[in-house]
Design a protein around this ligand. Sequence first.
Ligand code: URA
Length: 201
Amino acid sequence: MTQLKALYAEMEKFFQPLWPGEDKPLVFGEGRQDHPKIMLIGEAPGETEVIKRRPFVGKAGKNLDEFLTLMGMKREEIFISNVVKIRPTEVGPTGRLRNRAPDKEELALFTPWLMKEIAIVQPKVLVTLGNVPLKALTNPKITIGDCHGTWMESKASVPLYALYHPASIIYRRALAPVYEQDVLRLSECLRNESTIPKINK
Ligand code: URA
């Protein structure tokens, strides 16, 4: 068994008893597991991700494709995961389940496992999408509006590049060119690795 499979088996054992009677399947990371250039980290899976048990395959998958096109990379070249591995839901006004942002308790439960996942995958850089993974891996006081398109030190001792969550662009169209610029800058940095800051381990 690979180290990553062993970690995911350990997670199943840990999380299964936490929510008895509730259907909360875990959606794990996927992609290149041995030192990929990029480990992309989202917030949490949505409805389609839970059905398919794969990250970024629903609407977010389309956003991911745009990111990959701008980067000139293929999905298999990078590792893709989320901070929270269950779908956080709430009941909406029509009585249907809808997505919500992960709460403090979920973040506290899942972040240590994300750290272990990063330590196994050992990516060259972390790319976070939106506030949730950014705050989990740096500092809860930092916000994406202040540091998108910049390099940060992460708690995982891997350089972190912050991007807006592509889904947020659907609600704030003015962010689209900003997001694109940020992705192109990341692509440029990866082509010229001396521009990626060194992190003291
Ligand atoms: N789907 C995911 O897997 N992650 C996100 O952050 C959003 C949608």
